[in-house]
Design a binder for this molecule. Sequence first.
Ligand code: NAI
Length: 319
Amino acid sequence: MSELRFDGQTVVVTGSGGGLGKAYAVFFGTRGANVVVNDLGGSFNGEGQSSKAADAVVDEIRAAGGKAVANYDSVENGEKIIETAIKAFGRVDILLNNAGILRDVSFKNMSDDDWDLIIKVHVKGAYKCARAAWPHFRKQKYGRVINTASAAGLFGSFGQCNYSAAKLSQVGFTETLAKEGYKYNIICNVIAPIAASRMTQTVMPPDILEKLKPDWVVPLVAVLVHPSNKHETGSIFEVGGGHIAKLRWERAKGALLKTGPSLTPGAILRQWNNVNDFSESSHPSGVADFMSLLEEAQKLGENEPGDQLDYTGKVVVVT
Ligand code: NAI
């Protein structure tokens, strides 16, 4: 049986001094890729820095016969990380935006610093690395990007509003990069992983963490960034502990109302079941889907004041 190989390709893995990033870096090192092991080497909540974490992973990859270099910059300086790839290996093919930190605190107690730091690392960091790699991807008509979201971003999570906001941003970011990159063979996907790491070790019990090895997230990432994946792009995947599933947007059946003065709060309340009815749903993937609904709504035309005012017996329905 043959294996998915990445010979001659350069993969940049941000935050790969530990956790998921390390698992990606080590894997790609064994599959023929040149690996840039980036890590700022600070604490899980973004304090301090050190070259130790990245160096240890580089040593491990080299000891196993792979090719790797370290980079210790913060992802906020993405251009320096991509520069390391170009200087060491002359190219960049794959970018795994993985670096991250937490500043968990209830919304009531959230400080501007807690908010800003999380947005800086997760949102600006992913932007800066992708922005620096993009011209190379376009020029060589080849690029693969994985951004990292989180269940906290998709569904919300108590005490993590800064992190949730930052992580859901990666979905919109990826969806747009996928649309802009497609004709240049730049494929971009976003994952919501779950794995045992220093980030999760304080919030999950050991017996659960045992079932969530970072290594079990890696194979999906490998499939998505492999040259053989030419069309799976702009997608969201949940992955961890052996579970892998794609997520997508779902639009309820909805209500189409005549516009104009009759489009009152009461008119919406009368359609509330349809607004919430997922028995006849659709799965939009772009603004064009909304435009066709708009056309349908326009066909209904406008109403005059009072047109849709219902009466239920003698009770006047809210307008
Ligand atoms: P981790 O804490 O083990 O790894 C994150 C790495 O990023 C660390 O080595 C850290 O030094 C590095 N880093 C932090 N800030 C950096 C910066 N400014 N520049 C460069 N490197 C920096 O955490 P884990 O769990 O491996 O997380 C990896 C990614 O997966 C993160 O984006 C995280 O938000 C995300 N994630 C993880 C989940 C999990 O269950 N472990 C769940 C959902 C999302």
